[in-house]
Ligand binder design. Structure first.
Ligand code: NAD
Length: 262
């Protein structure tokens, strides 16, 4: 992955789960990394220092809230000022809310749309001019199987992820003649805090243990009956950033243990 050595990568929502897996993969390929996300400040500092030390790259952290356009723009500008460029942008930050539409709180709808969709619009809009100037860039939007198919009780999430796939296609078309690509990755179930909360809610609602709730959750959707691993998503991001990925743009790539083969 020599093309990535010394490149600058920003991964939103990278203090946990899939985003952290992607940050590790990119750092392993030699990228300097800007982390972003919420969490305990001491733990985040430990994550940042660990990546720098383990992979011998430079790292920075932004606490920008992905629901706040001005903070998003400042995060991108600061990253460019600190490192001189921004070459790889991974829009990963996301939240979930599960409820039937009649009971779906307006405020949760707005938050899911802002963080899972609009944040990507703002980061891309801010980062693209620099990528165009330098003639190279990779934009990866972490959508979901829910960017391709629906599930009950996830109105905001499914709407946001479908729209993120649409945004991906438009950016790919607008950059098609450059060496910038834009793709969406559509993971199935990945064992992260976001999914843990859904498993625990299911276990509690049905009065079952979390092991059975996990089997039920996988059994409903994911034929492999195994979670997708964050490292596998990291490897897919590396492929998209590689020379072999240069003709792959505007795609929505499932990595879902067969979920969308149904
Ligand atoms: P996670 O909860 O482990 O991580 C979410 C990350 O986003 C964290 O770093 C969190 O701090 C950050 N974040 C949340 N709100 C934020 C905000 N307002 N501003 C900045 N950062 C914020 O979840 P995850 O499962 O790793 O999810 C990562 C992405 O992958 C999300 O977009 C999610 O929709 C998507 N995804 C997850 C799964 C899955 O099964 N876990 C499947 C498909 C897609």
């Amino acid at each position: 992955m020599s093309t990535l050595k010394g490149r600058i990568a920003l991964v939103t929502g990278s203090t946990s789960g899939i985003g952290l897996g992607i940050a590790h993969a990119l750092a392993g390929a030699g990228c300097h990394i800007v982390l972003n996300g919420f969490g305990d400040k001491t733990e985040i500092e430990a994550l940042r220092a660990d990546i720098a030390q383990r992979f011998g790259v430079q790292t920075a952290y932004s606490d920008a809230d992905m629901s706040q356009p001005a903070a998003i723009r400042a995060m991108v500008t600061d990253a460019q000022a600190l490192f001189g460029s921004l070459d790889v942008l991974v829009n990963n930050a996301g939240i979930q809310h599960v409820a039937p539409i009649e009971e779906f709180p307006d405020e949760r709808w707005d938050a899911v749309l802002a963080i899972n969709l609009s944040s990507a619009f703002h980061t891309i809009k801010s980062a693209l001019p620099g990528m165009r100037q330098r003639g190279w860039g990779r934009i990866v939007n972490i959508a979901s199987t829910h960017g391709l198919v629906g599930s009950a009780q996830k109105a905001a999430y499914v709407a946001a992820k479908h729209a993120l796939v649409g945004l991906t296609k438009v950016v790919a078309l607008e950059t098609a003649e450059t060496l910038i690509t834009c793709n969406a990755i559509c993971p199935g179930w990945v064992d992260t805090p976001l999914v843990r909360r859904q498993i625990e809610a299911r276990a509690q609602a049905q009065g079952i243990d979390t092991e059975l709730a996990t089997r039920e959750l996988l059994g409903e959707k994911q034929p492999s009956m195994r979670f997708v691993q964050p490292e596998h998503i990291g490897d897919l991001v590396l492929f998209l950033c590689s020379p072999a990925g240069s003709s792959l743009t505007g795609a929505a790539l499932p990595i879902d243990g067969g979920w969308t083969a149904h």
